[in-house]
Write a protein that binds this ligand. Structure first.
Ligand SMILES: CC(C)(COP(=O)(O)OP(=O)(O)OC[C@H]1O[C@@H](n2cnc3c(N)ncnc32)[C@H](O)[C@@H]1OP(=O)(O)O)[C@@H](O)C(=O)NCCC(=O)NCCS
Length: 167
């Protein structure tokens, strides 16, 4: 267990039962989900499944897509973390709309990326972002990740970004 991880405004920790309600609220928001998967807001069952998978992954692998807790309110405002990828890990993030535009995704992603390289020992980290998702692409660019290829997923154009472990 290498979590909790902290930044100036955020804490990442294991999922708890009290995270489910506020996390589901943002997963059920169509504007948050516009560029996630098929763009459909999630059902409560889908959110519960996501969290169950993350908990299991945390126990077996020592990483997952962690809940992002905003320190001033102690509330979950989204997730940031990893899933395994063929040659390392894939990083991802999602925040509630009221938290956008304050540098929180960049703050979360920078800490998680560093944790991935320095503590978890990943050699390469990728991100996949739907092409029109300019906010997420900006976050990826600010992390120093480079576009590598594009592909279609579920009829949507996706850009694959990557970054290798610094020497
Ligand atoms: C992507 C997301 C996490 C960004 O969160 P955020 O906290 O607003 O991001 P930040 O405040 O750290 O901003 C990062 C950069 O993106 C820019 N940005 C933010 N929203 C933008 C938008 N709608 N269009 C263009 N640029 C945008 C910011 O200006 C900033 O760049 P700058 O420092 O050069 O000004 C958030 O929009 C989100 O949760 N979206 C829905 C879920 C999602 O799409 N997840 C990613 C799937 S790949």
């Amino acid at each position: 267990m290498t979590i909790p991880l902290e930044t100036e405004r955020l804490i990442f920790q294991d999922w708890t039962a009290t995270d489910l309600e506020p996390f589901h609220a943002l997963c059920a928001d169509p504007s948050v989900m516009q560029f996630v998967g098929d763009g459909e807001p999630w059902s409560r069952a889908r959110t519960d499944q996501f969290v169950a998978t993350a908990r299991e992954m945390s126990q077996t692998l020592g990483f997952c897509r962690w809940p992002v807790i905003y320190k001033p309110s102690s509330a979950v405002i989204g997730f940031c973390g990893f899933v395994p990828a063929s040659d390392g890990a894939e990083i991802g993030w999602r925040l509630a709309k009221e938290s956008w535009g304050r540098g929180l995704a960049t703050e979360a992603a920078r800490a998680v990326l560093k944790h991935g390289f320095e503590t978890l020992g990943f050699q390469r980290i990728i991100a996949t972002v739907q092409a029109p998702n300019t906010a997420s692409i900006r976050v990826v660019e600010k992390l120093g990740m480079k576009a590598e290829s594009t592909f279609q997923r579920g009829g949507r154009e996706v850009i694959l970004f990557s970054i290798s472990r610094p020497n």
